[in-house]
Ligand binder design. Structure first.
Ligand code: SAH
Length: 340
């Protein structure tokens, strides 16, 4: 069945051309405001008709966990009962929604809970849009925008669901819809080089982030299987090409794992790798997911960041939010599936 929120306003007008335009607008508003259709002025007969052919509400909130720091973690349940996560972070500079792009993930990163059960399926553009709508409505007036930024840093690999993610970007930035500025969106990839080249051609103002997590291919291969396919050197080359075309700063995510990637050697390598690239390194301490990997301590991480700065590299230690509510990627879903 087709999902109504997969359509842009123009597409919806075409799809529902049998109905008056103002009805289409009411449906579109119900999608964006995550409203129950019965709470709108739509005739019941029309709702019943639509239900024959379309999924009207692709998801609902299954569970919400609220952290001491205000971070809210949502477990969302799709129409086919699959579960995925979305996080609402309150920050001084505006609220951020951290969105997933897939149910599960097939990238197999050792430290990441999202990938434990593999990839179940891709999220559609409309499912991602409806997730934003549901979380937005839960955090203020449903007809207002209650967030500033969106980061595609939840479960899944955005570039492994490329076409849907790009379509979702057009929906979320649509002036008829949430009208989010590209500058307020970040997309994070573990480094699918082919897709970085494709993304470059879009010339968008979205911030491109790459999960690096190691400074040599040998070490990267031990924690990120994607390193068998793409060399760090090729990622850097693709980013230089991106920068030539887009003049935008790129962000590296670097999750510190004790002994694995937190040595003096790594600082030297990072200096070499980032040379000639306008970039920022977002350092984060590993949020252990029960495996054998251990986190670098906070003070060691602070000293790692200072050394990067001393070497002329723009880097900050990212404040970890929602640690007490299984904040990292896929942890709540993994926990819930385990309990079931
Ligand atoms: N697949 C994409 C999107 C996920 S983004 C990517 O790899 O970039 C989520 C970020 O959180 C990635 O940088 C990921 O490597 C990191 N991450 C995942 N699990 C983590 C954990 N347990 N502790 C710290 N960071 C983690």
């Amino acid at each position: 069945m087709k999902i109504l929120s997969d359509y842009s306003f123009e597409e919806l007008e075409g799809e529902l051309s049998a109905y008056p335009r103002f009805r289409v607008k009411q449906i579109f508003d119900a999608i964006l405001q995550a409203k129950d259709y019965l709470d709108t002025n739509l005739p019941k007969t029309m709702i019943e008709e639509l239900k024959q052919n379309y999924i009207l509400k692709p998801l609902s909130i299954e569970k919400v966990l609220v952290s001491k720091d205000g971070t809210k973690k949502y477990l969302l349940k799709l129409h086919d009962n699959n579960l995925f996560e979305c996080v609402f972070l309150t920050q001084d500079y505006g609220n951020t929604i951290c969105m997933s792009t897939q149910v599960g993930c097939r990238m197999g990163c050792k430290f990441c809970a999202s990938t434990i059960g593999g990839l179940i399926r891709n999220l559609t553009p409309g499912e991602m849009l409806s997730a934003i709508a549901v979380v937005n409505a839960d955090n203020g007036k449903c007809n207002a925008r209650n967030f500033t930024n969106i980061v595609l840093m939840g479960s899944g690999e955005p570039f492994d669901n490329y076409d849907n993610v790009i379509k979702w970007l057009s929906l979320i930035t649509d002036e008829h819809g949430f009208n989010v500025s590209e500058r307020n969106i970040s997309i994070s990839t573990c480094g699918l080089v082919d897709k970085i080249y494709e993304f470059t051609k879009l010339h968008s103002a979205i911030t491109l982030c790459v999960s690096l997590h190691a400074t040599t291919d040998e070490i990267r291969k031990t924690i990120m299987p994607i390193a068998f396919k793409y060399k760090i050197e090729d990622i850097i080359k693709a980013l230089k090409d991106y920068q030539k075309e887009n003049s935008r700063r790129v962000v590296f995510e670097y999750c510190l794992i004790k002994v694995v990637n937190d040595s003096e050697r790594d600082i030297k390598n990072l200096k070499h790798l980032t040379h000639g690239l306008l970039c920022h390194v977002n350092v984060i301490c590993l949020n252990p997911n029960g495996g054998s990997l251990r986190a670098t301590t906070k003070s060691e991480a602070q000293s790692f960041v200072k050394k990067l700065n001393d070497n002329g590299i723009s880097a900050t230690l990212r404040r970890s939010q929602g640690d007490d509510i299984a904040g990292a990627c896929g942890m709540l879903r993994a926990k819930t599936l385990n309990e079931k």
